[in-house]
Structures are given as C-alpha cells and as structure tokens.
Design a protein. Structure first.
Length: 177
C-alpha cells in the first residue's frame, strides 16, 4: 500500500464529510409547542391584563380553540419561558384609579384651588380647617404583575372601592377648636 492510498473502509467516511462546508442546522429534541403567531397571542394576553396569573394563561390557552388549536396541555414553565423570551418580567403592580387623570377631575382640582384663593383673598379673615381622611381598604388585590422590561405593570382600578375603614383628623390653629 502506497502512502497516498487510503484503506477502502475510510473512503465512504471521507466522501460523506467532504460535503460539509457549513454548520448543520440544529436537529433532534422536541419541536416547538407554539408557533410564532401563538406566542404573540400569549404575549397579547399579558399586555391586555398585566396581573394575569400563569395558571389563568394556561387555562385560556387550553380552552381557546381559535388561536391555540390542537394545544391540549402547556406547562407553566413553558408559558414563563415564552414571556421571558419576550422581555416580560414580574414586578410590583402600579394601581391607577380610572378617573385620577381625567379632564373632569383635573378641572375639579383647579376649581378647588381657585375657591381657596378666593377665601384667602377676602378682607374678613377666615380660618381654614383642613380635614385629612385616610381610608384603609379591606379588599384584596393582586400586588404583582408582568410587563415588558422598563415599563410599569399598570392596573386600572375604580376610584370608589368597597369595604373601607375610614379615619378622620382635623388640624386647627386654635387650642380648643
């Protein structure tokens, strides 16, 4: 056998490997459970409701035959992995009353300040007593939610809540007011 000759059993191996000019695509393992479109729909669920729980997402995915056709089971870790891949993180939920920044409420604030200025500007001295009312809400709410990194998890809540205990305190300049 000459130096340039190779054993016959090595020839098929060399021919097989000679065509490798680029990296092989990844293969094996499990296929994707959700398509790109289904993942977007899952992300949209969280965008629509920041405080939705993973179990609720899981239940909706299994029940929804329109967007998630053929998905009979999905694990909580899969849902969490998809949300993390799309830059969603769990964070403290920021509650904003529905009407806090509405035009009507802003106008009421301006009117209140104008009335105080009018009272203070009168020639007859007036004593203003400020009453502070603190409400302690007895209802339970979710305190944590998900949103994209860098954005608050905002939850809109009604301005009027039920089940409150209220305490009032008044401040006056006189000793026995």
């Amino acid at each position: 056998m000459e130096d340039s000759e190779l054993p016959e059993m090595m020839m098929p191996l060399l021919v097989k490997h000679a065509h490798w000019t680029q990296r092989r695509p990844p293969g094996g393992g499990r296929l994707r459970l959700l398509s790109e479109e289904q993942e977007r729909e899952l992300v949209n669920m969280v965008i629509a409701n920041n405080v939705i729980r993973l179990r609720e997402i899981q239940r909706r995915v299994i029940e929804d035959d329109h967007h998630f056709r053929g998905i009979n089971a999905i694990s909580l870790s899969t849902i969490d992995r998809i949300l993390r891949k799309n830059q969603f993180r769990m964070k403290q939920a920021y509650r904003v009353p529905f009407e806090r920044n509405s035009d009507r409420v802003k106008n009421q604030r301006v009117e209140y300040v104008q009335r105080i200025f009018d009272i203070e500007g009168r020639p007859v001295p007036h004593e203003i007593i400020f009453v502070d009312e603190a409400g302690f809400n007895l209802t339970k709410r979710r305190r944590r939610g998900r949103n994209i990194i860098g954005h608050r998890a905002i939850v809109n809540v009604p301005g009027q809540r039920g089940g409150n205990i209220t305490m009032c305190a008044a401040i006056s300049q006189r000793e026995n007011a």
